[in-house]
Design a protein around this ligand. Structure first.
Ligand code: ATP
Ligand code: MG
Length: 287
């Protein structure tokens, strides 16, 4: 009888022990589930905030593109009238200079608007026969004469310069690269533009824009293609990201090589941007 009671007691004790173990493990799992739910709710609320911000940014981007588009037409008229005014005042040095400031401001604004519009919508290049040499020459005429006249521009166009592409988009890309080169050179120095055909499995046009400016520091070089990265007081930091997207849209690529000199030991600091463009971008995409 006694042994029977003892056995039942042991069974009951074992049952209590097992219950306690199971209950402990359930409690631990409940706690970890609770933590997980808390973490997921936090992640969800962060993601919701991020989505809301993204929605606002997209709306702002669309609004910016619309405003930029609307500003362009009146700006073009101001540009035409200011150059007429400059011509009209050709005898009146002081006032001609003032009218020149208007034209210069219009060009800067127009470039800013073009970059903004290109940033808002990815470039869709046409593919027609174009001459890289005349695009580069046309672009050089658009540079701010006050800045560009201090800089020596050297050209080295070797052989064929005709390819298939979009002249207005490539003009904008070269313009952004040339403005940067002229800005980097500052008071005095040289910007060298070279073109040549380059064989690498297929035929490419290689355009290099080289300047004798201060170069780009090691900690900046990885960021220069990021939209909005700028080291200039009045820069938007959109220039190079637009250049990159235009060149990529043509099936080409962009490279940078830069020597920055803090120690004054380098013989010649400066920067070289190399643009590689397939001679016929449609063939490059067909491959
Ligand atoms: N040729 C160059 N020499 C030295 N630094 C350069 C050169 N080109 C670009 N950079 C650096 O890269 C940064 C980004 O250039 P990017 O053209 O994108 O913008 P930005 O010139 O600053 O502004 P924006 O093009 O809107 O006027 C520049 O601020 C500058 O620091
Ligand atoms: Mg720039």
């Amino acid at each position: 009888m006694m042994t029977m009671e003892l056995r039942e007691k042991n069974i009951l004790n074992d049952a209590f022990d097992s219950f306690a173990v199971v209950s402990n493990s359930l409690e631990t799992r409940y706690k970890s589930l609770e933590d997980q739910v808390e973490r997921l709710s936090l992640e969800l609320s962060e993601k919701n905030k991020f989505m809301e911000r993204t929605r606002r940014l997209v709306a702002m981007g669309e609004m910016g593109a619309k405003i930029a588009h609307e500003i362009r037409n009146p700006l073009a008229s101001i540009g035409i009238f200011s150059s007429l005014l400059e011509r009209e005042l050709s005898e009146d040095g002081k006032n001609r200079e003032l009218a020149g400031h208007i034209s210069k401001g219009v060009k800067t604004l127009d470039n800013l608007l073009t970059n903004m519009l290109l940033f808002a919508r990815s470039p869709q290049p046409s593919s027609v026969a174009i001459d890289i040499k005349s695009i580069l020459e046309g672009t050089l005429l658009l540079l701010d004469p006050q800045k560009a006249e201090k800089v020596i521009i050297e050209r080295d166009y070797v052989g064929e310069t005709c390819i298939k592409g979009d002249s207005s988009l490539l003009g904008q890309a070269f313009f952004n690269l040339l403005i940067n080169a002229v800005d980097a050179v500052g008071a005095e120095g040289t910007v060298t533009i070279k073109t040549c055909l380059h064989e690498n499995g297929s035929t490419n046009m290689k355009v290099t824009i080289e300047d004798t400016g201060d170069g780009i520091t090691q900690d900046h070089i990885d960021r220069i293609f990021d939209p909005f990265f700028t080291t200039k007081d009045h820069g938007t930091g959109l220039g190079l990201s637009i250049v990159e997207s235009i060149i990529k849209a043509h099936g080409g690529h962009l490279e940078v090589e830069s020597y920055h000199d803090d120690s004054g030991k380098l013989e010649r600091p400066g920067t070289i941007f190399t643009v590689i463009l397939p001679v016929d971008q449609t063939e490059a995409f067909d491959e």
